[in-house]
Design a protein around this ligand. Structure first.
Ligand code: AZA
Length: 274
């Protein structure tokens, strides 16, 4: 048994002995250390989370020693270092919250007896991006180290692709937009075998659009609430209009929301040649 105390101290010492950037390389060093040190271990699983500490700008200049926590977004690495299989690395971005106020539609989907959702040609689109990409297997730490700049480059490219595509795509659906992002990430990082997304669909409804899309139930309740002056929309106050073309005030919904996932993998021939 290896005590968590030893493991914690090892993490500190290895962070002193090796660069912690890129985190993929640090995770590989750490995992290899546990294999070298303990003969009874067959594989080591390492998770590294990097938080965004961005240098402050003070009076227009970068400050030498002050930083701010720049959102909840993290850069993550999952590494498995094993005697049999070399080093498996998955990198990811998590918790990148984005919202666009238009340029998003959802129509033409399958309708059956369980469907209540109306089609929409214009809606707010918001999500917390969780995007991962899995590298081709590495034989050993030396292979991770050689060309280690690939890891920052892929993270930079993935983040830029996510933001640009989210902003500029006339989104036909979350599914369609996330697929476009995956294709670009695979193009930008040739050593990546697969990439994927997990995106919660965070709804914002017009006030007046009680329960959002679930209108049948909503229309009954709405009438009751409007009769009681309790405000299903804002018309109870001086006839304010806030739906359709007049919508300006929206309410974030607490769920349940859809969680939409996809994974795009390179073709089998390419993977077999790795
Ligand atoms: N995809 C979307 O883009 N929006 C949705 C979905 C979906 O599958 N379901 N409800 N709203």
């Amino acid at each position: 048994m290896v005590a968590t105390d030893s493991i914690k101290n090892t993490i500190y010492i290895k962070a002193k002995e090796h660069p912690v950037n890129p985190p993929e390389l640090y995770a590989s060093h750490l995992g290899q250390h546990f294999l070298d040190k303990y003969p009874h271990i067959t594989s080591a699983h390492i998770n590294v989370t990097v938080h965004r500490w961005t240098r402050m700008t003070v009076d227009g200049a970068p400050h030498p020693h002050s930083f701010l926590r720049d959102g909840q977004e993290t850069r993550n690495v999952e590494a498995t270092v094993s005697r049999a299989g070399g080093i498996a690395l998955t990198s990811s971005i998590a918790g990148l919250s984005v919202l666009k106020s238009t340029g998003s539609a959802f129509h033409g989907f399958v309708r059956d007896e369980f469907t209540t959702l109306p089609e929409t040609w214009d809606r707010i689109l918001s999500t917390d991006v969780d995007c991962s990409w899995t590298w081709k297997p590495f034989a050993a730490v030396a292979a991770v180290q050689q060309g280690a700049e690939r890891f920052d480059a892929a993270w930079d490219a993935a983040r830029a692709i996510i933001l640009k595509t989210f902003a500029t795509d006339e989104s036909a659906s979350v599914q369609n937009t996330m697929y476009k992002m995956c294709e670009q990430i695979l193009d930008a990082a040739p050593e990546v075998d697969r990439t994927g997304f997990s995106l919660p669909n965070k709804h914002y409804f017009e006030i007046g659009e009680l329960f959002g899309p679930f209108r049948d139930l909503a229309s009954c309740l709405e009438r009751v609430l409007m009769d009681s002056g309790d405000g299903a929309d804002l018309s109870w106050h001086k006839g304010l209009k806030n739906t359709g073309k007049d919508a300006e005030v929206y309410a974030p919904q607490s769920g349940p929301n859809g969680l939409i996932k996809c994974e795009v993998v390179r073709d089998a021939t390419t993977l077999a040649q790795r």
